[in-house]
Design a protein around this ligand. Sequence first.
Ligand SMILES: C[S@@+](CC[C@H](N)C(=O)[O-])C[C@H]1O[C@@H](n2cnc3c(N)ncnc32)[C@H](O)[C@@H]1O
Length: 356
Amino acid sequence: MTKHNVFFGEAQKMNKIADNSVDLIVTSPPYPMIEMWDEILFKQNNAIKEAFDKAQFEASFELMHQELDKVWQESFRVLKKGGLACINIGDATRTLNKNFRLFSNHARIIEGFINTGFQNLPNIIWRKQTNAPNKFMGSGMLPPGAYVTLEHEFILIFRKGEKRAFKTNNEKENRQNSSYFWEERNLWFSDLWNIKGTTQKIKNKKSRDRSAAYPFEIPYRLINMFSAQNDVVLDPFLGTGITTLAAIASKRNSIGYDIDKKFKDLIFSNITNQEPFINDYITNRLKNHVDFVSERKKIKGNDAFKYKNNHYNFEVITRQELEIKIPFVKKITTTNTEITADYHDAIGLTPEQKNQ
Ligand SMILES: C[S@@+](CC[C@H](N)C(=O)[O-])C[C@H]1O[C@@H](n2cnc3c(N)ncnc32)[C@H](O)[C@@H]1O
C-alpha cells in the first residue's frame, strides 16, 4: 500500500514534513515573469509588485525568485541525504514597456539551488515543438528584429550531498524491483525529451490549460528514474495533482503542497477512478518491452538475449533488469484527508493476467 497526502499552504514553510524524510522532489513552480503567475507571485511580497509597477522589471524578477529560493531551502531541509530534486521550468519572454526580452528562469533557479547547497546534475531539455503558424515573433523576415522561438522547457536536476546508499536488504530489494528496461534507459536518460504538452489522457482538459499542468509522462519518468518503490516523493507546487497520480502509478508514497485551495476538488477528481488509466499505461510499458524483444530478435536472431526476467516471461538485455516488477493498481481510496493505493501482488503483462 502507498499513502498520499495533500496539504494546502505555502511551500516556503512545509511544517507537516519532517527534516530528512523525502527521497525525491518532482515539481514545477509558478514561472516568474510569465503573466499567468503574476498575481500569485505578487501576493508573496508587496515589493514584487511595487518594483514591477515602477518598471523595475529585473528587480521584480529577482524578488520573485527570492520567494522560490525559500522553497528550495525548505526542499533541502526535507530531502534525505542523497535525495534528488527535479524542477520543470521554462524561461519567460515578455514585452514590457514596448521592449521584448527574455527572463532566464532556469539560470536563476540553478543559481538558487547551488546557493542552497545542492549539486547540479546534467539537466534535460524538454522540447515541445509546436507547428502554430504564429509561433515566430518580431520583425518576420527583416533583420535584426526577429526573435528565436522558445519551444523548450527545462528539467533541472539537483542532488543533496553524495550519492544515496542502499544498505538494508529491503532497500536493495525495492531498488532491484524498481529498475527500468535497457531501452527505457536509452530514451529516458537522453538530455533531450520530445514530449508533447498535451499527451495526457486524463480528464479536465480545461482546468489543465488554466493551471499549466505538465503531462503525466514527465513526473512518471522522473519518479521511475530517480526513486525506488515505497519511497516518498514530494511536489511542493502540486497544482492539479499529476505528480500524485504518477507516484501512485509508480508505487511510491507522496506528499503534495499547494497554496491554492481551489485545486482541491480537481486534485481529488484527477486521482479518483484512475485505476484503468494507470493500468493501461503500465500495460503499454510492458507491451513496448515485448515488442522491443521481438524486434531485436528479428535483427539479431534468437540468441540476442542472455537474460530472462524473474517475474515475467520475457527476456531482458542486462542482469539489472532481472527483478523488474511493475505492479498494477488494485484500488485507489480517497477520503477527505488521505489517499491510499493498493496494488496487485501477482505480476502479469496485462491487468487481466495479474491474478494468474
Ligand atoms: C506550474 S503550477 C504546477 C502545475 C503542476 N505541475 C500540475 O501538473 O498541475 C504551479 C503551482 O504552484 C502553486 N503555488 C504558487 N506559489 C506557491 C507557494 N508559495 N506555495 C505552494 N504552492 C504555490 C500554484 O497554485 C500552482 O498550482
